[in-house]
Design a protein around this ligand. Structure first.
Ligand SMILES: [Fe+2]
Length: 421
């Protein structure tokens, strides 16, 4: 192990990195000794299943840790020099990673998806910083004009227009610290995509996007210990948090927001059946934009990928939400399903070929025929060489049988499969 080796969390591992050592006892995992270039996402899945939480990489020989993640890696226990701690063994590839020069086969659709994901990542980062600044101003009692965020909403709208899946999928990835800000960005993108699906005019679409970005602004003035509490809230804490819609609407009014934007902040927790808050409004007494907000807000909350929290995969979220009788406006929910897709990017699916795959790009022909990445055999019950298949391509014989629950299979980091395009 050289001096350049860096300890990183398994969640930071990317294809192209040179892995020199794996955390955990070698008895617990099937990897042999030696250093290897990571070229197969199936190996990440295998490491995850073997319970490996951290690895060491040699940045002089492979892809480096992205600069935004670097800071985290360096301040982590052990820092840049991993030393020779207990229970850690040098790593070498599983049999599938030893073949030189092999890379996952790329279906044509995923090339543009890869560049869109990269752009979406940059945009999400910039958007997150802008939302953070807005929250900070609100905390300090400064009334910011929400319309200042319109250029950002336009940029997110352009990204949604080009490829809604990319930004919606990237905005699902959140850390504990940036959760509220990234959630705002995600709801903005989902609202814009839904507005497009519903054929709303330009003004309504802009209001939907801006309202999505601002819907939780009231959280800026909620007590930080309650807002950032990692576990479940007590009833008393929940009662405090329930004040955020009114607080947000007030902040937005002070800042000169349009009434529709204020309305989304005020009523995004109302339920179609009248059981929501703060006013218990029912049915069409809730504005269309706020009914849209309620759906986008819940969808992003339940599908958000955060460390130490099990997110629902997108397909499961759709199924569950469809079963919440009376919670959402059915007509708008159906439009939402169409806008996000039956098998959104990141869904785990079972293939007719008895393999598991993750959806990595939406279908060009049909919602039922997306581009998938196959990585696991149900016959041998182990990871297989990753293969990218465009189910819409002529001659493709495989198809999706149905969605699968990642929790049932113990997969907690499927995003590594669709992010590494
Ligand atoms: Fe909220």
């Amino acid at each position: 192990m050289g001096r350049t080796d860096k300890r990183i969390a398994l969640s930071e591992l990317r294809l192209g990195m040179q892995v020199t050592k794996l955390g955990g006892s070698w008895l617990q995992h099937p990897f042999l000794r030696g250093s290897f270039l990571l070229t197969d996402a199936a190996d990440i899945v295998a490491m995850e299943r073997a319970g490996i939480k951290e690895v060491w990489i040699d940045e002089s020989k492979g892809v480096e840790l992205p600069s935004d993640a670097r800071q985290v890696a360096q301040v982590g226990p052990g820092g840049a020099d991993p030393g020779e701690g207990d229970g850690e063994v040098p790593a070498s590839p599983s049999p599938s990673a030893t073949k030189p020069g092999r890379s996952p086969r790329q279906a044509p659709a995923s090339t543009s998806m890869a560049s869109e994901l990269e752009q979406a990542r940059k945009l999400c980062k910039a958007a997150k910083e802008q939302v953070m600044a807005m929250f900070q101003d609100a905390r300090l009692g400064k009334a910011t004009d929400p319309n200042d965020a319109l250029p950002l909403v336009s940029e997110i709208a352009a990204s949604v227009q080009r490829n809604a899946s990319a930004i919606i999928s990237v905005a699902r990835l959140k850390s504990h610290d940036d959760y509220t800000y990234m959630h705002s960005v995600a709801v903005c993108a989902l609202m814009l995509s839904l507005a497009r699906q519903m054929g709303l005019d330009e003004r309504q679409t802009r209001l939907a996007g801006l309202g999505g970005l601002m819907h939780d602004l009231g959280k800026a003035v909620m007590p930080l210990d309650v807002l950032n509490k990692p576990g479940k809230l007590t009833d008393a804490e929940f009662d405090v948090m329930k004040k955020h819609p009114v607080a947000g609407a007030q902040l937005l009014r002070q800042g000169g927001a349009e009434p529709e934007v204020e309305d989304i902040a005020l009523h995004h927790h109302e339920e179609f059946n009248g059981k929501g808050y703060p006013h218990g409004l029912q049915g069409e007494a809730i504005s269309v934009l706020s009914r849209m907000g309620a759906i986008c807000d819940v969808y992003d909350a339940v599908t958000s990928i955060r460390p130490y929290k099990n997110a629902w995969d997108p397909a499961k979220a759709m199924r569950e939400m469809a079963g919440w009788e009376g919670h959402f406006d059915k007509v708008i929910f159906n439009a939402f399903v169409k806008s996000v897709g039956i098998y959104p990017v990141g869904s785990l699916v079972r293939m007719a070929s008895s393999r598991l795959a993750v959806v990595i790009a939406p279908g060009t022909e049909s919602l039922l025929a997306p581009v998938v990445r196959v990585f696991y055999s149900l016959r041998s019950n182990e990871p297989v060489q990753v293969q990218t298949i465009d189910l819409a391509s002529p001659g493709c014989k495989d198809s999706i049988v149905g969605p699968e629950d990642p929790a049932k299979w113990g997969f907690t980091q499927l995003e590594r499969l669709w992010l590494a395009q």
